[in-house]
Design a protein around this ligand. Structure first.
Ligand code: ADP
Ligand code: ASP
Ligand code: MG
Length: 418
């Protein structure tokens, strides 16, 4: 009997009626004979509201207390979902992350899963009950509640699928959301965006890292590592959805499968005397210590100075600026004050087919040039090209990229294009 993980995101649980609609889906699957484990996020915008309330109380408050505050959102939705299932005649048990066995490290707000102890889940399943697990939270060995970071319920779901080894008996992890699957671009920004039948973990990870918020990047890392089939679909409308899986290397693949836009990017620039060693290490050790992800790094040298610039999310700018100033001061001065620029966006094209196709970059740059969109920086990987552009051109840049790779066309035509 296969075990299916059914995750419902906050956008699918906006009110009581929506919870009941999703509960019916779960009940149908349960009646069909599958073993079902449910994972829920907080309802609608609940997490945003809780964070806002915490910040109003104390903007510099402990991350520990913020974790307790945010986790309350999932506690409400899981309890309501279990009650809804019971009212439909399905035995259900709401479980906190801790009760579901999620053991994490001690990093509040960005905790990493160290182990999942599945004995409680297994006994619920053996008793033919549906466990309803609170997403994006776990517990440390010392009993402290932790959260995984925003959007982390996808990771709860995929990690559970891996821990329960659901794929071994034909099970999978279903991510139910408010769109029909993974599209060639965010369908809310690009009307022509097309649903994909399949996408590889690698491609979806790049899209997620570059702004496609439909999946949490960490869930894809788990998915790939443990070969968990992930099906992304609409929470209530029937439809095939998108299967995220590993793909045959030799399968004919279009050069570009999708594109994404990441907004609210800031840039920090400073210079140090040329020939002084250790500046780069000091800068990036400081950002790493602050737990901040740095994106593009650009280094040039002229007039006897080394100029270093890099991008981070707007929300991280203040912390980064202070951290690197302190760390460079320790090095002995000689550096300029870090200058901050805001209002940048990054448009990215992704596809494993890039490994074997040429001319992809020039096509993308040409499309941006045709619309007079200035490119502030370019970064590439084997399967991705990104251009940093002024934010006011962000959506137009995404449209340009979507169009130039014919992503709105049926997949076969797009594949032939190369
Ligand atoms: P949930 O509450 O289910 O976790 P999210 O808001 O986190 O939902 O993710 C779903 C949203 O992701 C969609 O409403 C859509 O606007 C956005 N999105 C961004 N890029 C894509 C894409 N390539 N395909 C589908 N949806 C995307
Ligand atoms: N409720 C959490 C958030 O809004 C986790 C999630 O939705 O995945 O970030
Ligand atoms: Mg989400």
């Amino acid at each position: 009997m296969p075990t299916v993980i059914q995750k419902f995101g906050g956008t699918s649980l906006v009110n009581r009626e929506a919870v009941v609609r999703c509960a019916r889906r779960i009940a149908t699957r349960h009646e069909h004979g599958d073993r079902v484990v449910v994972v829920v996020s907080a309802m609608g915008e609940t997490t945003d509201r809780l964070v806002e309330q915490g910040r109003m109380m104390n903007p510099d408050g402990n991350r520990r207390e913020f974790d307790l505050l945010m986790a309350a959102g999932e506690q409400v939705s899981a309890a309501l979902m279990a009650l809804a299932l019971e009212s439909l005649g399905v035995g259900a048990t709401a479980l906190t992350g801790a009760q579901a066995g999620f053991m994490t490290d001690e990093v509040h707000g960005r905790a990493r899963i160290k182990d999942i102890r599945t004995s409680r889940l297994a006994s619920e399943l053996d008793a033919d009950r549906v466990p309803v697990v609170m997403g994006f939270q776990g517990v440390t060995n010392e009993g402290e509640l932790t959260t995984f970071g925003r959007g982390g319920s996808d990771t709860t779901a995929v990690a559970l699928a891996a821990a329960l080894n659901v794929a071994a008996e034909g099970g999978y992890c279903e991510i139910n959301t408010d769109v029909a699957g993974i599209h060639t671009a965010d369908p809310r920004l690009i009307a022509e965006a097309r649903r994909l039948d399949q996408i590889s973990y690698e491609e979806m990870l790049e899209l997620a890292l570059h702004g496609a918020r439909v999946m949490d990047p960490r869930a894809l890392v788990f998915g790939e590592k443990y070969s968990v089939p992930i099906l992304v679909r609409h929470s209530t409308r029937p439809g095939a959805g998108t299967l995220i899986t590993s793909m045959e290397e030799d399968m004919e693949r279009p050069s570009v499968v999708g594109c994404a836009l990441k907004e609210d990017i800031g840039r920090i620039a400073l210079s140090v005397p040329a020939g002084e060693s250790g500046a780069q290490a000091a800068i990036f050790e400081a950002t790493a210590r602050a737990g901040i992800v740095v994106d593009d790094i650009i280094q040039t040298e002229h007039d006897g100075r080394v100029h270093v610039a890099f991008t981070v999310e707007h929300a991280d700018l203040a912390v980064v600026r202070t951290a690197i100033s302190e760390s460079l001061d320790d090095l002995g001065g000689g550096h300029t004050d870090p200058e901050v620029e805001i209002g940048l966006a990054k448009v990215s094209a992704v596809g494993t087919g890039m490994k074997t196709h040429t001319g992809i970059a020039s096509r993308m740059f040409g499309a941006l040039a045709d619309r007079s969109i200035p490119i502030r920086n370019i970064t590439t990987s084997e399967i991705k090209i990104s251009c940093l552009v002024p934010q006011e051109h962000g959506v137009r840049a995404l449209e340009a990229v979507h169009q130039c790779f014919d992503l709105g066309m049926p997949a076969t035509e797009n594949a032939r294009e190369g």
